[in-house]
Each structure stands twice: as structure tokens, then as C-alpha cells.
Write a protein that binds this ligand. Structure first.
Ligand SMILES: [Zn+2]
Ligand SMILES: [Zn+2]
Length: 300
């Protein structure tokens, strides 16, 4: 099976659920909100911070102090629910004997500056105490550098280091400013969709030549049928089915991009009654490469 974890790189699913929920599967298994960890030589890049992702980070064996980069695809709550928690946790985790130059970079689309401001407001008293009487170094502002990007139609480079390069491009996700990422380490090159509706942006071209795509997926007919039966607001049903990618379209994107491996994540629904084979069967008619259905804490 093609793998993303090789050489100095390890890619771990922290949360595989789409939407603001944590779903119980069987026994003690859960699906937490969307999040990925990409580790290179002990330094971790976290992509999105859905509900439960901080807990999952520790379960995956990482200390928050190892997180040096956070990439946010967009500011829907299921992608930023624990961003403030992660930043605060990472700031505090190295406080004893920490390198005063250590720093966390948060990259996100339009809206991330509001999240930054809100986080600082919510944590104002704690930050004042930690920086003041508790003399924590570096200061919160010196520790966390926030970078807001207007989603670009043509890819832009966010990080360009030998061991880690990150590019971003606008993806279409309703009215929400949203990014797809292409993350390349010295070992692997992976395109990450974030949330997007298929066919109205350039993500497939952006992903061409990557080793793999990690793509969101929705079972569109199933979701529409269930929600209409529940009397859900039509505007929300339309958002779910129009602004996310139906399984056959995910296969078409992977085929067009020419990747050997497709990882399905941000599953909608993450119903415990839907097994991996069902997702694979939905995608298979339009893609003949390797398909992996993400589970929490899975090493890809
Ligand atoms: Zn989402
Ligand atoms: Zn979204």
C-alpha cells in the first residue's frame, strides 16, 4: 500500500469527522473533528483543529511544544474549534526552561485575524498573569505569529524550507474563504482539500503530481435524504450537499490529478453504520488507485 509516512516524515490522522461532532463508533472508538498531524524530525505541523484534536495530538504521542506550524483551511467551527486551545497549550507547554526564540506560526484564510483577536480577548487575564507575575517566556505575542491570507486563485508559497514546503490555493466552499494546501516534506508531497464543493475551483490541477490527496467526502444522496426527513433547514442542507464533494466527484478529482493514493477524511456522515467498504465502493467507479478511509490516530 502506498504510504505517506516514510523517511523522516510521519502523517497521523488526529480527527476524521466532518462537522461539529464527535461520533462514537464501536466500543471506545471515536471520530473526532477534522485534524491532521505531519511530523518531520520531531517538529509537527497541524492541519485544522477540530473538536477533540488537542486530545488526539497527545494520544498520538506528541507534546504540544512540538507543534511549530498550524495550517487552517477555513474558519468553520469544525476546523477551528480547538485552535485557541492548541495555541495556548503549546505556549504553556515549554515554559520551564523554554527557548525564548521558540515560536508557533498559524496560517489561515480571511477570518483567522478575527480568531486571533477573539482568542487574545478570551485569554486576556490569563495571558496578563502568565506574562506578568508568572514571567512566562516568550510572551504570547512573541510565541504565536498569525498569518492571514486572502485565498488566492493562483497558488502561493507559505513556507519554503528544505524539510517543509507549504503552498496554498483558494478552494470553493460556499461563501466561506477557504484554502487547500500542498505540503511537501523531504519524503512526501500531499495535497489536502479542506472543505470544498467539486468542480468550481482549481484544486485538481493544484494537486497534480502529488503523491496523494487527502480529500473531504460526503455521501450526498444519503445526507440529503436523512436531513430532509428530519425537517432540517433547506439552506443548511444545500450548504452540506453543494459545498462538499460527493464521493464520485472525489474520485474524479484524484483521477484528474493522477495521484496513486486517495485518503478520504472529513467524512459526512461519520455514521458508525457506514463502514470503510461503503466509502470505497462509492468512490471506486471514478478512481482506480489506492483508497484509504481515514480513522482517528491512523498513521497514513
Ligand atoms: Zn468542515
Ligand atoms: Zn466548512
Amino acid at each position: 500500500m502506498p504510504a505517506l509516512s516514510k523517511g523522516r516524515t510521519k502523517v497521523v490522522v488526529l480527527g476524521s469527522h466532518g462537522g461539529q461532532q464527535i461520533t462514537r463508533l464501536t466500543g471506545s472508538h471515536l471520530r473526532c473533528g477534522t485534524s491532521l498531524a505531519i511530523e518531520v524530525d520531531g517538529e509537527v505541523t497541524v492541519v485544522d483543529c477540530g473538536c477533540g484534536s488537542v486530545h488526539r495530538l497527545v494520544e498520538a504521542g506528541y507534546d504540544a511544544d512540538q507543534v511549530r506550524t498550524v495550517l487552517i483551511t477555513h474558519c468553520h467551527a469544525d476546523h477551528v474549534a480547538e485552535l485557541g486551545s492548541l495555541v495556548g497549550f503549546a505556549w504553556s507547554s515549554g515554559r520551564n526552561g523554554a527557548d525564548p526564540d521558540r515560536r508557533l506560526d498559524v496560517h489561515g484564510p480571511t477570518g483567522i485575524a478575527d480568531y486571533e483577536a477573539g482568542t487574545k480577548l478570551a485569554l486576556r487575564r490569563s495571558i496578563a498573569d502568565q506574562e506578568g507575575p508568572l514571567a512566562q517566556v516568550p510572551t504570547f505575542d512573541a510565541f504565536a505569529a498569525w498569518h492571514e491570507i486572502v485565498p488566492p486563485r493562483e497558488p502561493v508559497t507559505l513556507i519554503d524550507r528544505p524539510e517543509l514546503s507549504v503552498r496554498a490555493v483558494r478552494v470553493q466552499h460556499g461563501a466561506m474563504p477557504s484554502l487547500g494546501f500542498r505540503v511537501a516534506t523531504s519524503d512526501v508531497d500531499v495535497a489536502i482539500s479542506g472543505d470544498r464543493g467539486a468542480g468550481r475551483d482549481g484544486f485538481a490541477a493544484f494537486a497534480a503530481g502529488a503523491d496523494a490527496i487527502v480529500h473531504e467526502v460526503i455521501d450526498r444522496p444519503l445526507v440529503r435524504g436523512v436531513l430532509e426527513g428530519q425537517g432540517t433547514a433547506p439552506s443548511f442542507i444545500d450548504h452540506l450537499v453543494d459545498d462538499h464533494t460527493d464521493a464520485p466527484d472525489v474520485g474524479r478529482v484524484a483521477t484528474e490529478a493522477g495521484v496513486a493514493l486517495l485518503v478520504l477524511y472529513h467524512l459526512i456522515p461519520a455514521n458508525p453504520g457506514i463502514d470503510d467498504q461503503r466509502w470505497i465502493d462509492l468512490v471506486r467507479p471514478t478512481y482506480d488507485g489506492e483508497i484509504v478511509v481515514a480513522h482517528d490516530l491512523q498513521v497514513l
